[in-house]
Design a protein around this ligand. Sequence first.
Ligand code: C5P
Length: 224
Amino acid sequence: MSSAESVPVITVDGPSGSGKGTVALAVARSLGWNFLDSGALYRVVGLLSLRHPSKPAAELARGVELHFEQAADGTPQVWLGDEDVSAAIRSESVSQAASKVAADPRVRSALVQAQRDFCRFPGLVADGRDMGTVIFSDAGVKVFLTASVEERARRRHKQLIGKGQSANLGDLLRDIGERDRRDRERSAAPLRPADDALMIDSTALDVPTVVQQILSQRALVATG
Ligand code: C5P
């Protein structure tokens, strides 16, 4: 058995704004495990594709040199070489670019190994769209987190306003709907729950409640 096979993995997949990033990070911290924000990889490739529109996205994905760090206050940071791109990759234009490059199967296969490299002791919590269906299909715990599109747009609106940025709820609703459609309808690794995923609708749930549900599931699997 390879060491990667014996490392416990929890996957948290779902559409944008379902809260999976916040929840997955909290689960990883609570267990003391590693954390993979796979969307950040697609976002960085999206950012690069906006900067280098004439280069094929798969080529940009193959050469991507990205690493994660933690700011002094614990906030996760994303570095592209020696550039901190944490803020740049969260813009709406990069969100749209990321979901476009993510539909390209060559981009997806260029990023597979980089994602699996995060699977290290003592465990991994991986958040994304295809963590449970493709990248870590043997994971012991798989979660699919959803929330209504209105609630997801409202959360994003609150987040942007909190950062002092301007935001329009109607525009966000439309953008999120468009991204959902692209993620669900693409032929390469479309967004869908794994057959053995635990489905959680977070529309009316707060973060600690969802985290607790996932930790209970982990405890069940670990003792089962
Ligand atoms: O999760 P996040 O919103 O940061 O992801 C940005 C985009 O990257 C998504 O809209 C999706 O198109 C793509 N993505 C993906 N597969 C993943 C993670 C993200 O296709 N595992």
